[in-house]
Design a protein around this ligand. Structure first.
Ligand SMILES: Nc1ncnc2c1ncn2[C@@H]1O[C@H](COP(=O)(O)OP(=O)(O)OP(=O)(O)O)[C@@H](O)[C@H]1O
Length: 226
């Protein structure tokens, strides 16, 4: 079973075709980096996977469930896909605890408390529950965003340039830590970046995108040895 299986995906904005007959598979627990020039369609692909854009053609399947085709769309909130963006997208008026707990609404209080605690330990932010986003560094905010996404046990995580606002020293450690967390939790991820180095550090494989298609997929080891 694949975490994500995209077949023959074609997406357009009006008359402008942006994704063209694209195929991509991510195995369970695999981390793939999507590398490509500005404007090649990376964000559009993430929009299609997360359910914000309906394909003109082709299909998107997440863990054996068809979620998008030209005929049907599962709504974004019912896809169980986590998303992390470069601007963290935390709620500024909620403290760390409530940011992480946000997606767990409706569950018993004691379960929420336990899960939030587990997640904060996972991202090494125990003790910062009562801080507000503006009282955290960029790296800490991104850790909260990761904790919030993983709290819901997503079947797939999409990351859109999550490290670009973080300075390079912190970034390296964060990339290593988040990779380790995803591997430990066995969460598959698709990670968009402009930086080949970042992609090689974070992902198992690198998919190169050009003009709305995946040109090739290579393992990070193969790329590193060139
Ligand atoms: N809502 C929209 N309406 C019309 N065209 C759009 C829309 N969003 C993006 N585009 C166009 O689609 C193409 C692909 O954009 P997309 O944002 O997917 O590229 P990208 O690879 O993510 O770029 P970047 O690396 O700069 O973020 C671009 O030519 C862009 O101008």
């Amino acid at each position: 079973m694949s975490a994500l299986d995209i077949k023959g995906l074609t997406c357009s904005y009006g008359l402008t075709r942006v994704i063209s007959d694209l195929n991509l598979k991510i195995a369970n627990g695999e981390i793939i980096c999507l590398l490509g020039k500005s404007g090649c369609g990376k964000s559009t692909l993430l929009k299609a996977i997360s359910g914000l854009l309906q394909p003109e053609n082709g299909s998107i399947t997440v863990h054996d469930t068809l979620v998008s085709s030209s005929e049907m769309m599962v709504s974004p909130e019912n896809r169980n896909i986590g998303m992390i963006f470069q601007d963290y997208a935390l709620f500024p008026h909620l403290d760390v605890f409530h940011n992480v707990a946000f997606g767990l609404k409706g569950q018993p209080r004691s379960d929420i408390k336990k899960r939030v605690q587990e997640m904060l330990e996972l991202v090494s932010l125990e003790g910062l529950e009562k801080r507000y986003p503006h009282e955290l560094s960029g790296g800490q905010q991104q850790r909260v965003a990761i904790a919030r996404s993983l709290a819901r046990k997503p079947s797939l995580l999409l990351l859109d340039e999550p490290f670009s606002n973080i300075d390079s020293e912190v970034r390296q450690r964060l990339i290593r830590d988040i990779r380790q967390i995803l591997k430990q939790q066995h969460v598959a991820a698709l990670f968009v970046t402009h930086s080949k180095e970042e992609g090689l550090d974070f992902a198992d494989s690198v998919a190169t995108m050009e003009q709305g298609r995946i040109r090739h997929v290579t393992t990070a080891k193969e790329v590193s040895s060139i």
